[in-house]
Design a protein. Structure first.
Length: 110
């Protein structure tokens, strides 16, 4: 997972990142320089996800995080810099994964 030139969380290699911040699911805004991913956009449409700049250091303090991509869908992040996150596949990640799977199952071309 990478920071942008301002030191804020941006994206992964070919993936978007979502993190827990104060109990809420957030993702970097497109103005951060992140990839305008299709899976990211679909999750923003179906869930209450904030788009906020998050300092990269927050990764070491978040309860849970996941990445998304067209080939991986929703994939939990288990470790950050060798440290395990408290909630791998936590409730926010599970809700996102289940919601996205349901959307894909109900619509071949969401």
């Amino acid at each position: 997972l990478f920071a942008n030139t301002l030191g804020n969380l941006c994206e992964g290699t070919g993936s978007n990142v979502f993190v827990e911040l104060d109990g809420r699911l957030v993702t970097p805004p497109l103005s951060s320089g992140c990839l305008a991913g299709v899976t990211r956009e679909l999750l923003l449409e179906i869930l209450d996800i904030g788009e906020v700049d998050v300092p990269i250091e927050h990764l070491g303090h978040t309860e849970e995080a996941f990445i998304t991509s067209s080939t991986r869908d929703v994939l939990a992040v288990a470790h950050v810099d060798g440290e395990q996150l408290p909630l791998t596949n936590g409730p926010l990640t599970k809700e996102a994964a289940e919601s996205f799977a349901s959307l894909k199952a109900s619509n071949v071309d969401p």
